[in-house]
Design a protein around this ligand. Structure first.
Ligand code: BES
Ligand code: MN
Ligand code: ZN
Length: 511
């Protein structure tokens, strides 16, 4: 894992493989086309104040994520200067926006994978900036290399992430800056662990293996953990989770993680969809639709990471995480389209399509979470292709049984740099799930499929409990090129929003 410190060292004396500075598109009357951001003064001085011109000559424009490399000036102990684009320069008197810093730090860290140590001299004026740069740098440093050859040098097929990061320009003794960096380290490390889980191939991460990882982490961080195996699930009547897992040789699990704080006044429950592989089951997905379905446990990974981060941060709030883990496979023992499941809540569900499995495991976990009467429940799931069609692959949809709660979640997400959008739960779509045989069917109208899934989940939330549903099917897994602090593959979507919700709840600013 990448190590990060707030450093008092100064350039040019500092020893590192690279020095990261920021550049932006000029927007003020006195600025040229390209401006060098605060933090890079020593480099600019070494260039006799001509750094902006030198970078322009090299083609730099300041565009977000752009990386321009140049040799360091004589006397510097960092051989390389890396200028990263911050986008448009803020208006006079304004500071660079946190998300611009996060993205730039991430892009720079990615460009430096394979290097040992980098010093970041990006514009840093307060604790929030320090936290944003630290978070972006650590998230951008992520690389999934567990299955790659890193040695010997000639044959290697992957590059190790940047090993060491020094943040320059901050005040290591400033309590707020120190706390912001510590928070960023905890959140980024747990988020990166969620990415590892998502990227781990499904033959190595079945429900049992995921539960074992959760148990080990819980032990390490003083979190209470309870794992229901297939026998306990059968005894408890968890027909949804068992029904989805019935076709797999790997049995399902329900993991409950309880983080409690002695001074907590509120209790939040997070519920994650944890389908370790979604083949579709008997309603098998066609080729072309299942290659990335190891990502179908991203919701459970996000919940797991958020609970551990809350514990590491010692937040004054009780947080219970529920991981609904199953593998959705076709076989002679698999649930068939036409089967009726007896759910944990007592309701019956006619399974019309075994590929609509996420809502079945979530239904049982939502009902289990409801029994504890938390102040609010938030579920996170790669639930529907319809949500990807609606919002694209960088934005998650937010549905809720409470308008103010839904708005608060969208705001919290924006605050931490996650794109989300409020979605409705139109009542008229409910009747599409009426079943002649059971209380409800697991499919309804095709149009508005993401909202139909949300309406299904709503039926399994206990009376009077505030609930929201995040459909992260779009942003959970990045099949395109990396950008900012987002790598290819598992992204850790939802983690930062959940952590923020826990913080807001602890501070009494939510609900
Ligand atoms: N895991 C998928 C949803 C998904 C799609 C996640 C694309 C990530 C990327 C889910 O279990 C699923 O198959 N949903 C079906 C529901 C339908 C059968 C009602 C879908 O969206 O097609
Ligand atoms: Mn499915
Ligand atoms: Zn699925």
């Amino acid at each position: 894992m990448t190590a990060l410190t707030l450093s008092t060292a100064a350039v040019p004396g500092l020893r590192a493989d690279a020095l990261v500075i920021g550049v932006a598109k000029g927007s003020r009357p006195a600025s040229g086309d390209l401006v060098v951001a605060p933090g890079a003064e020593a480099v600019d001085k070494a260039y006799d104040g001509t750094l902006a011109g030198v970078l322009e000559t090299l083609g730099a424009s300041g565009a977000e994520g752009e990386v321009t490399k140049l040799p360091a000036p004589a006397g510097f102990r960092t051989p390389l200067v890396l200028a990263v684009g911050l986008g448009t320069e803020p208006a006079e008197g304004d500071a660079y926006d946190a998300e611009a810093l996060r993205r730039a730090a991430g892009a720079a860290a990615r460009a430096l994978s394979g290097a040992k140590k980098a010093a970041f001299a990006l514009p840093l004026t307060d604790a929030a900036d320090a936290g944003a740069i630290a978070e972006g740098a650590l998230l951008g440093s992520y690389a999934f290399v567990a299955y790659k050859d890193l040695v010997p040098a000639k044959k290697k097929t992957g590059k190790a992430p940047l090993a060491e990061i020094a943040l320059l320009g901050g005040k290591p003794r400033d309590k707020a800056q120190k706390a912001a960096v510590e928070r960023a380290v905890a959140v980024a490390e747990e988020l990166n662990r969620a990415r590892d889980l998502i990227n781990t191939p499904p033959n190595d991460l079945d429900p049992e293996a995921f539960a074992a990882v959760a148990q080990a982490a819980a032990k390490e961080h003083g979190i209470k953990v309870q794992v229901l195996d297939e026998k306990a699930l059968a005894k408890g009547g968890y027909g949804g989770i068992l029904g989805v897992g019935a076709g797999s040789a790997a049995a399902p699990r329900l993991v409950k993680l309880s983080y409690t704080h002695g001074k907590a006044k509120k209790h939040l429950a997070f519920v994650g969809k944890g389908i370790t592989y979604d083949s579709g089951g008997i309603s098998l997905k066609p080729a072309g639709h299942n290659e990335t379905m190891k990502c179908d446990m991203s919701g459970a990974a996000a919940v797991f990471a958020a609970v551990v981060a809350a514990a590491r941060l010692g937040l004054e709030v009780n947080v219970t995480g529920w991981l609904a883990l199953a593998e959705n496979m076709p076989s002679g023992s698999a649930t068939r389209p036409g089967d009726v499941l007896h759910m944990y809540s007592g309701k019956t569900v006619e399974v019309l399509n075994t590929d609509a499995e996420g809502r079945l495991v979530l239904a049982d976990a939502l009902w289990a979470a409801s029994a504890e009467k938390p102040d609010a429940i938030v579920d996170v799931a790669t639930l529907t292709g319809a949500m990807v069609l609606a919002l694209g692959n960088r934005t998650f949809g937010v549905m809720a049984n409470d308008d103010a709660f839904r708005a608060a979640i969208v705001d919290a997400a924006e605050e931490v740099g996650e794109a989300s959008w409020p979605m409705p739960l139109p009542e008229h779509l409910r009747k599409g799930m009426d079943s002649p045989t059971a209380d409800i069917a697991n499919m309804g109208e095709r149009m508005g499929g993401g909202l139909v899934a949300g309406l299904f989940l709503r039926e399994f939330v206990g009376e009077g409990i505030t609930w929201a549903h995040l459909d992260i099917a779009g942003p959970a897994f990045n099949e395109q090129g990396p950008f900012g602090y987002t790598p290819k593959g598992g992204t850790g979507s939802g983690v930062r929003t959940l952590v923020r919700l826990a913080e807001l709840t602890a501070a009494g600013d939510l609900g």
